[in-house]
Design a protein around this ligand. Structure first.
Ligand code: CP
Length: 307
């Protein structure tokens, strides 16, 4: 199979294991291209991509833009903060106006879960979900699993713990779907207030004990505390959270296994992990960022072939 099963990437829940393997295989090739002196290929020449961001982003936005430029696409960037959305324009009107300018693909981040699903029923362009509220962030999960596979080999049977603010995290849900499709065992760990009710129904193990979870796992994905999505207080203080659920160097060194540490960024240094841990040789945080460009090139390239 050399085609994705869908013309959009709305979430990991909707794609197959064969899709994930095809994306990884294509990203392997693009990673090789990115390590050449000339990093650009003509694959998306004459394709126009709009990056439409209704929420803030550093990594995802830059990574998509770089991926598009490395593939020779024409790129336009839209940020809601400086747009007519502020004057009351609807999502469909905004995107249709962008598409009237002959845009082929839309990469969108939006605070509303399901916004991409809704849009895909109304427009013809390929849509890539760059994060929809607390729902999914599929390219983040793909680059996370790709980085783990690079470090640890086949993920079948590997044990991965996702730690922290699972309740508000789109990264957690996409990671759970992606890792399970690849055959990994997934555990979530955090304070009861930050774990969604009925999370076990997704087939994950649940723990509130960080040290026990770190002893259990091969890799830990430390999620950011999403203070901007927390209207209520979910824990007494950041200091208390960090003491219970933050990873420090002494804690890491007290473990029997040498585990891999990940973080999707942006990091709250000293909260989820200390600076020493973030910058240690067990951390693959910058590999995740590097691999993000190759993964996004692969997704853009494969979806463009599905028009
Ligand atoms: N990991 C991630 O989505 O980061 P940004 O919010 O900076 O894009």
């Amino acid at each position: 199979m050399s085609q994705l099963s869908s013309k959009h990437l709305l979430g990991i829940k909707d794609i197959t294991l064969a899709d994930i393997k095809l994306i990884f295989q294509t990203a392997d090739n693009f990673k090789e291209v990115l390590n050449r002196p000339i990093k650009k290929v003509p694959s998306l020449r004459d394709v126009t991509v709009a990056n439409v961001f209704f929420e803030n982003s550093t990594r995802t936005k830059i990574s998509f833009e770089l991926a598009e430029k490395r593939l020779s696409a024409d790129v336009v960037n839209f940020s809601s903060a400086s747009s007519s959305v502020k004057k009351g324009e609807t999502l469909i009107d905004t995107v249709n106006n962008i598409l009237a300018m002959k845009v082929d693909m839309v990469v969108m981040r939006h605070p509303a879960p399901g916004a991409h699903q809704f849009l895909s029923r109304h427009i013809n362009a390929n849509i890539i979900n760059a994060g929809d509220g607390t729902h999914e962030h599929p390219t983040q999960a793909l680059l996370d699993a790709f980085s783990l596979r690079e470090k640890m080999g086949d993920l079948n049977g590997k044990k991965i713990v996702i730690v922290g603010d699972i309740l508000h995290s789109r990264v957690a849900l996409s990671n759970i779907y992606c890792l399970q499709k690849l055959g990994a065992r997934v555990r979530v760990c955090g304070p009861p207030t930050l774990l969604p009710k009925h999370i076990e129904s997704l087939g994950v193990e649940v723990s509130h004990n960080l040290k026990d979870s770190l002893q259990w796992c091969d890799a830990a994905n430390m999620l950011r505390i999403q203070l901007e999505r927390q209207e209520d207080k979910f824990f007494p203080s950041l200091r208390e959270y960090s003491l219970q659920y933050g990873v420090s160097l002494p804690l890491l060194q007290s473990l029997q296994n040498e585990i891999v540490l990940m973080h999707p960024g942006p990091i709250n240094r000293g909260v989820e992990i200390t600076s020493e841990v973030a910058d240690s040789k067990q951390s693959i945080i910058l590999d995740q960022v590097e691999n993000g460009v190759a993964i996004r090139m692969a997704v853009l390239y494969l979806l463009a072939a599905r028009t």
